[in-house]
Design a protein around this ligand. Structure first.
Ligand SMILES: Nc1nc2c(ncn2[C@@H]2O[C@H](COP(=O)(O)OP(=O)(O)OP(=O)(O)O)[C@@H](O)[C@H]2O)c(=O)[nH]1
Ligand SMILES: [Zn+2]
Length: 311
């Protein structure tokens, strides 16, 4: 019996890195189930597991250690089943671009709120700084100011020109970090800049294989400094929103939560209730309009009573 870390999930196989440094391809026994969640994959990258290797040399995962956390995504809009993207994360890095393509503040804020719900710290990596006009750079600095004040570490990088990469590398050392971001923001280019020996497929190359779509949707972990790992989740842009009550949404916007202590009603949704301290703070510019707009956007999901597709 060996213990190890699941570093890759190919769908039918799991690759486990054992504590003594071997890499073993494992299967799971057909009846392996987790009690608490209905998931299409009972085991995910980042899981700590025990494995046993039988006489023919086939290895099986026999048990899984309790998780510190995990992030899921609905397998499809209609399905009640979930897909576990990764387990035991220390942090997420969200790669965003102001333009080429534009990442909306709604996308950023929804990601941040969801990560708050999971209690996973996030830092923001603003990529493609080599491309921005003066106006775009000014807008970028405004966003960095906003998010830094809220307590989210921000980095300005150009994955293409290799600028700003060292600061991000330092932030990755010794931690398990999930990489996310919209298609085209430069995740693969960025991971290649961090791990020069790895050479992930970037857009152009995978296009040749698969008509522009991704060849794989399975997550993989790559080792970084001080026994940290970086998790790449090809094809997954974010994680699905948590099931949360309407009054709860405001808990995951830090500044909204802070001001809400002074709302007249303690179940205030900060839309049109009288005596709402949050709306007052928006009017006085203590809370940014873009953050408040993102908050209302998340509340809309609740009104419609539907699950919003993974963004
Ligand atoms: N100018 C500039 N281009 C970049 C930078 N980073 C990435 N790109 C380009 O942006 C395009 C998309 O980069 P990818 O690394 O494939 O983006 P991705 O986020 O992995 O996209 P998906 O594979 O669709 O998830 C490529 O043409 C890259 O060369 C950058 O810092 N500056
Ligand atoms: Zn309120």
């Amino acid at each position: 019996m060996d213990k190890g870390l699941v570093i890759k999930n190919t769908g039918s196989w799991y690759v486990v890195k054992t504590d003594d440094g071997r890499t073993v391809e494992c299967k799971i026994k057909g009846n392996f189930r987790l009690k608490e969640i209905r998931s299409t994959n009972p085991i995910a990258v980042g899981d700590r597991v025990s494995i046993s290797v039988n006489a023919e040399g086939t290895a099986f995962i026999t048990s899984i250690e309790d998780r510190k956390n995990y992030i899921i995504r609905r397998a499809s809009n209609l399905s009640k089943q979930s897909h576990i993207i990764a387990a035991n994360l220390d942090q997420c890095m969200l790669v965003v671009t102001i333009n080429y393509p534009e990442t909306s503040t709604i996308f950023i804020d929804r990601f941040l709120a969801t990560a708050e719900a999971y209690r996973i710290p996030v830092c923001l990596v603003f990529n493609k700084v080599d491309l921005y006009t003066e106006d775009e750079s000014r807008y970028l600095d405004g966003l960095i100011n906003l998010y830094t004040h809220l307590g989210y570490a921000c980095y300005k990088v150009s994955a293409l020109n290799n600028t700003g990469i060292d600061a991000v590398k330092a932030a990755l050392a010794g931690k398990v970090t999930l990489f996310s971001g919209n298609s085209g923001v430069g995740k693969s280019t960025f991971i290649n800049a961090i791990l020069p020996e790895q050479q992930l497929k970037t857009g152009e190359i995978s296009a040749a294989h698969n008509k522009g779509t991704h060849t794989t949707t399975f997550s993989e972990m790559y080792p970084v400094d001080k026994e940290g790992y970086l998790i790449d989740t090809p094809g997954i842009k974010g994680f699905g929103t948590f099931d949360m009550d309407e009054e709860e949404v405001g808990h995951y916007f830090r500044e909204i939560f802070e001001f809400s202590a002074n709302c007249k009603y303690n179940n205030c949704t900060h839309r049109h209730e009288p005596g709402c301290a949050v709306r007052e703070a928006v009017e006085k510019h203590y809370i940014s309009e873009s953050r408040y707009a993102s908050y209302l956007n998340m509340l809309e999901d609740k009104e419609e009573g539907k699950y919003r597709a993974p963004y």
